[in-house]
Design a binder for this molecule. Sequence first.
Ligand code: MD3
Ligand code: FE
Length: 213
Amino acid sequence: MVPLFDSHAGTREELEPGAVLLRGFADPKARALLEEVDRIAQASPFRHLIVPGGHTMSVAMTNCGRVGWVSDRTGYRYDPNDPDTGAHWRAMPELFLDLAQRAAAEAGFANYDPDACLINRYAAGAKLGLHQDRDENDPVSPIVSVSLGLPATFMWGGKRRSDPVRRMRLENGDVVVWGGPARFVYHGVAPLKSGAHPLTGDIRINLTFRKVF
Ligand code: MD3
Ligand code: FE
């Protein structure tokens, strides 16, 4: 069926070389993805990590996959165990892997095999300052990001912190693949505006898939 009103869903937009925005790509799976997030969070609850400077992040995080991204006063790392529970993170659900692989393929990256999925939870006011993702040892594989629930203003610049920053609204179901020359651009998320989404209520969830090894 051709959508009559939701005219941006299903489009493929090259944001810059290596970065592909797939509007609404995860829409058909949004509810099922969020059910998996709940299951993962039952095993490894969302927590506000402390960063090396001593501040506590406003975004709450958990992980699934072979390793998970964690932070404490001593630094950032990928850990096979959840430091809060001492147990392994839950395995990546088939639904997550299938979605990430289809999105990566759509952007030109065949055989994508992410080791980790970092799950970010934003409540009103939560934000992520401009940063690069450089704790992964694989510089070639893309990062795949899936937005669920409330919309957010995503910000991204260039390879230097001083490069100009662009802004874009990411909505429920939007997927972005960041590979090639776009892999190491600075990016962040503006403070979440309060709202109500039929699937998540007052929060935004973001999944980021990473090849770590
Ligand atoms: C561009 N997450 O978890 S997703 C992160 O919405 C993170 O929660 C944001 O930045 C969020 O590290 C942004 C979009 C994104 C994710 C990773 C990237 C863009 C990226 C890595 C490299 C370049
Ligand atoms: Fe990031």
